[in-house]
Design a protein around this ligand. Sequence first.
Ligand code: MN
Length: 262
Amino acid sequence: MRILVTNDDGIRAEGLKAMVEVAQELGEVWVVAPDRERSACGHSLTMRDPLRVKPHPWESAHAFELSGVPTDCVNVGRELMDQRVDLVLSGFNHGPNLGFDITYSGTVAAAMEGALNGIRSVSASMAMFTEEAPLHLTTGKAAFRELLPRLLQLEWPALAFFNVNVPAIDRAELNAPVFCSMGRRVYEDRIEKREDPWGRTYYWQGGVVAMHRDQPNTDVEAINRGHVSVTPITLDWTDRALLDRLLVADRDHPAVDPALER
Ligand code: MN
């Protein structure tokens, strides 16, 4: 199995190293990761600048740093690997990617890019909730050693990938993985208005999570209870239920187009 490992925290991130260690037990590993931190870049794509590749010293893996974002890493990685990629692993991100976070996340975007190119892909994040908290990558590695073979046995529908969060806690305290849906994570006080020494206004974007309780069967709840959350995500963003209702409404009350009446 040929595995492409990437992340959004950059090629020097500890979480990436941990993921490579797990991947090496499963197959041939290629690392293509951003040359610097690119967190919260979402599914962006570099189109107005060249993408430079630089070999990065790595024991028993082909490793390259790229002057781009995670989506670029997947696409350049596929090229470097002669389009023969069986699995994309993105992570371990330093921090959770729960609920709506996945729309901002570069970690998850790499898995999206893999999935839309027909490659089985998994995004992985260590869910600690303060900057200073330990990452507990040993827990992440143990969880993935168990989880990945299980996921690889499943049949993956087209456009589907898995978003996985591992609680950053001691391995002994870790609960079993659960399959769950994407929760709702909303931030409060997102924009902070400040003033620089010259009296000019500027803004910091951050905020604290406002909504985290009473979300049964979601990634948010799973993590709060110390479980590894495993959420199947699809790239078909169509709201099927709404579309069905609209189609029925259209059939029952067709909009009259005067051009067609004539
Ligand atoms: Mn990150």
